[in-house]
Write a protein that binds this ligand. Sequence first.
Ligand SMILES: [Fe+2]
Ligand SMILES: [Fe+2]
Length: 284
Amino acid sequence: MEQKAFSRAVSALPSLTAVLRRIFAVVEDSNSSVLDITRVLQMDPAITGKVLRLANSAYIGIPHTVSSIQNAVTLLGTRRIQSLILVSILSSVKKNVCAPFPVISYWRHSVCTALIAEAIAKSLRRFDCAIDENELFSAAILHDIGKLIAATMDSESFVQLYKQSILKEVPFFMIENEEEAHSSLGGYYAEHWGFPNELKQCIQMHHEPLSDKKLALRISIIHVADIMSHVLGFKIFSEEVTPMIQEDVLNLIGLPLERLRVIAQSVIEDQKSIEAFMDIVNEI
Ligand SMILES: [Fe+2]
Ligand SMILES: [Fe+2]
């Protein structure tokens, strides 16, 4: 991407405040204890409130109330807290995005993709796959962040490009200019924010899941979850064309189609979890 376009993209999105940067660093540090994370989270009352709300939501689904932030941290895990922070920062972007880009559908698609990716990773646990489902959730909820960036930069042109892909009946990612593709934009932004390299790669490669040999399984799960989310009707634009799942990708994941169908069904039936996240997105 040209330097000028990149600077425009970076200035279009909110930046991390000093407190959030600190929270992010502590959450990211594998040596941090629950107490360290609790202390740093308490520096931001808005984030603390959201962590508590998510811990008490249907998504976690425990019968008693979680009133201490320390218990909420243990229950949610650091990766989920990290995605919560990112989602709540990025959801403020909707104020800047002009009308034609359907921000709410964008978030619903992202949340649904994340829930499916998490469910696939849980199913793979039985086969001793070393995939951290929380990590996967974070990457999946951010997989299309480049679309939000593009829509923030120039909503009108972005929606125009989407309409072209619908008219030509091709999936959106196939009509994009490679240099400014949403996957590249997302990758640049992930780097700018100092996301871990794995997270950046998952965002950047989600339409070419087999290109990164080391992360192929993780990226393939996000790729499949993304397409399943389309098939379930959680699209950004209702008329957009759903990409095809490559057979090699399905083979790599190795779950029978029947199992994927059960996962899709359970996510659809678990509307409360989707709404718990949408609540946080809509709040700002
Ligand atoms: Fe995408
Ligand atoms: Fe997507």
